[in-house]
Structure formats: structure tokens, C-alpha cells
Design a protein. Structure first.
Length: 110
């Protein structure tokens, strides 16, 4: 598992507006963090529903492995056990990851 990869995950139980069920997630843990703490990974769920929110980042391209354009729900960043992570779907490009980092910086006041 590496930063920028897209994997299937099942982060249930979900509460309220959290994404639930099996879905693709974007890995945002740094590769160093994954090596240091291999039992958990920080993820952002993806959705195909466009809401036009400033905290959503478009994820698309052949390398993503996704069937249609999707959006990273950056306001729902979540660290989960790697036991919840399934097969690799694909990988996000550098432009997408730069946008995700920018939004996470805004959300986390960093």
C-alpha cells in the first residue's frame, strides 16, 4: 500500500452522513507513516456523486482504475485498520494528490 493508491475498503460502521459500505478509498498516509505504523492507514472515501463542494477533489484518469469520474470527500478523512482495506483499484495522479493535500491543509488548518 502506498500514498496515492486507490483501494476497496469497508469502513463500516458508519454514523450519520459518513460514507458506508464497500467503496473505493484514496490512501493519504505518507509512505513513511505506512512503513512506521503498518496496521493503520489514513484514507479518504470516494464517491461518484458531484456536489460542487470546495472540499471535494475530482479523481479521474485511466490509472485510477475507476469506471467513472469520482470525488475524494476530503472532509471525511479517516484512519482505519488495514484489515478494512481490500484490493488495489488504481492510483491517483500527482495533480490530484496536490489538490487533496491543499484541501486537507485547509480543513486541518495547516
Amino acid at each position: 500500500m502506498k500514498c496515492g493508491e486507490i483501494h476497496w475498503a469497508k469502513p463500516d460502521p458508519a454514523v450519520g452522513p459518513e460514507q458506508a459500505g464497500r467503496q473505493p478509498v484514496l490512501i493519504v498516509s505518507s509512505d513513511d507513516a505506512i512503513a512506521a505504523i503498518p496496521s493503520v492507514v489514513t484514507t479518504i472515501p470516494l464517491t461518484t456523486r458531484e456536489r460542487g463542494w470546495a472540499t471535494h477533489v475530482r479523481v479521474e484518469g485511466a490509472d485510477t482504475g475507476l469506471d467513472e469520474p469520482s470525488w475524494a470527500l476530503c472532509e471525511q478523512v479517516r484512519t482505519i485498520s488495514v484489515q478494512r482495506i481490500g484490493g488495489r483499484v488504481g492510483i491517483a495522479d500527482g495533480v490530484t494528490m496536490t489538490s487533496v493535500r491543499r484541501v486537507l491543509g485547509y480543513l486541518l488548518n495547516m
